[in-house]
Ligand binder design. Structure first.
Ligand SMILES: *[C@@H]1O[C@H](CO)[C@@H](O)[C@H](O)[C@H]1NC(C)=O
Ligand SMILES: *[C@@H]1O[C@H](CO)[C@@H](O)[C@H](O)[C@H]1NC(C)=O
Ligand SMILES: *[C@@H]1O[C@H](CO)[C@@H](O)[C@H](O)[C@H]1NC(C)=O
Length: 244
């Protein structure tokens, strides 16, 4: 409304300074005034239009801003969901990997088993000697590579219960037999005194709980002696019963 008043005043001002004003006749002035009034009315109508448009534009801008706000909100919601999804996907991937590993390992304990005899060619009389470790050189099987036929030592690859068996053979001139040793400590053995009966053979077995890295080997008694050839009289075997 202020704008309109201003406009009217301006028009009035213009008409007052218009050249020749006051020198016209009454008729002329009336005509002139009614022409001006008409003009003013037209301008007022235009002004109303402008005001209407302006408020329409304002309303549109409000709606546009609301739409922009809504889009911004939705965009950040989508971003949040994407992040959440990614987190879930990472967890899902990890879980899938675990399940795969479990599947692969289920019903499939580590495969550990070995069997060896003392001689891998010819004949061997072992003992009496200072290095009493029996090195069983001829390998029948060594799944899991726990047994080393260079040292005669079995090293447990995993924690578990293990079964060991061994047999020793020899002649009556010496103590015949051997001792199963775990980490330097004697466990079970075979033994036969020197006697008149020509040859001796005996065997034994044990179940041991071993931790990964524990070592088991066989050794002679003091002054003991064992014999072997390719008949496999003197042997050492072991396997994992189950992991613990
Ligand atoms: C619309 O948003 C613009 C930019 O943020 C702002 O300048 C304007 O004042 C807003 N209009 C309305 C009607 O809220
Ligand atoms: C999940 O695994 C799939 C298929 O291997 C891979 O394409 C995707 O990038 C992984 N996602 C994440 C978040 O690690
Ligand atoms: C260990 O066993 C392997 C396979 O039977 C054999 O080839 C190798 O000669 C053995 N090592 C020794 C020191 O006898």
């Amino acid at each position: 409304m202020e704008f309109r008043t201003l406009l009217l005043l301006t028009l009035l001002g213009l008409s007052l300074v218009e050249q020749g004003f006051g020198q016209r006749g009454d008729v002329d002035v009336r005509e002139w005034l009614s022409a001006k009034e008409e003009l003013i009315k037209k301008l007022e109508d235009k002004l109303k239009d402008v005001e209407r448009w302006r408020s329409e534009v304002k309303a549109l801008e409000v709606r546009l801003n609301e739409t922009v706000d809504e889009l911004t909100r939705q965009k950040s919601e989508v971003e949040r969901l994407n992040k959440e999804n990614e987190g879930l996907e990472t967890r899902l991937n990890a879980t899938e990997k675990e399940v795969d590993e479990l599947k692969q390992n289920s019903g499939k304990a580590p495969q550990i088993a070995f069997s060896a005899s003392l001689a891998n060619f010819g004949e061997i009389y072992k003992g009496p000697c200072t290095d009493k470790t029996l090195i069983f050189k001829r390998i029948f099987s060594n799944t899991g590579n726990g047994y080393d036929n260079n040292t005669g030592v079995f090293t447990a690859p995993v924690n578990g219960l293990y079964y060991f068996s061994f047999s020793t053979y020899g002649y009556n001139t010496h103590v015949m037999g051997a001792i199963l040793v775990k980490n330097g400590i004697r466990q079970v053995s075979t033994y036969d005194h020197p006697s008149d009966d020509g040859s001796d053979s005996s065997s034994n077995s044990v179940v041991l709980r071993l931790a990964a890295g524990d070592k088991v080997h066989m050794e002679l008694w003091d002054k003991g002696r064992v014999f072997d050839n390719l008949n496999g009289h003197t042997t050492f075997s072991g396997f994992l019963i189950f992991p613990v």
